[in-house]
Design a protein around this ligand. Sequence first.
Ligand SMILES: [Zn+2]
Length: 218
Amino acid sequence: MKGQNPYPMGSLTKNYEQKAIKKRLEAFLIDNVGKVVTRQMLIEVSKDPITGKEPENWHQRLSELRTDDGYTILSKRDRSYLSVEEYVLDSLEKRASAGKRVLPTKDTWGLVLARANNRCEWTEGGHHCCLAEGDIDPIGGGTVKLTPDHMQPHSVNPNSDPNDPAQWQALCGRHQVVKKNFWDSTSGKINTIAVIQALPNADKALAYQFLKTYFGDD
Ligand SMILES: [Zn+2]
């Protein structure tokens, strides 16, 4: 079930002098578009061109190239044949919908909390969570802190409106974790691909087998 890797190996053949780590990573990935680059290469490119110091946050910059700049950078999460140390910039095309993760304005958040009665708005099977700010969470333990959650996961709709209370809900910490990217509260649908991506390989294989049988591809 481990497919052939169609991507050739890339290489690091020059120095990248751009000031920002993200800019150096971007230039290097563009030079190697459609090729496999390794974690070691990315760390090398991330090093300060003058001091040679290795930054701790290169991985975060890589993730910003995905979320903020809209590049499709494949990893083991996306392709089974890539190893944990391998990445591929799939094409030079940027997803137009990419944007910075936004938060509701102070006013919007105030309206959301008022609507929520200062309680967690999570609903599951008709049961409301209703934990209030400062409560002790009887399941997760710890003191409840309510934070804003965009109803549609970032991966589905990154263009959140900070001024529209209807797009936001108040969630306790435990339900922020439960939801993650798995649930689209607006459509009420599970974000199936995100769930499958998060599964261990054995469970991915079960889903794969199910789909093959379902579609008669066996
Ligand atoms: Zn809750």
